[in-house]
Design a protein. Structure first.
Length: 68
């Protein structure tokens, strides 16, 4: 499944790595694309959307679901 999340609070490359690692802990096979300027995270994963959103939130970022 392809998921798109609007994520607030990502300001640097460390933030991108933290989000990517959190998502890959949920699904090690996940493909993650991040556009920090737009606050957009695109994830190709078989994991449930809610689990992926929770992983991002647990890193301290605010997830606002975007239109798919």
């Amino acid at each position: 499944m392809q998921y798109t999340f609007q994520v607030q609070g990502m300001t640097c490359a460390h933030c991108e790595r933290a989000v990517t690692q959190a998502l890959q802990q949920v699904d090690p096979q996940a493909s993650v694309q991040i556009d920090r300027a737009q606050g957009k995270v695109e994830v190709q994963s078989s994991a449930p959307r809610e689990a992926l959103a929770a992983a991002i939130s647990e890193e301290g970022y605010t997830v606002v679901p975007a239109d798919q």
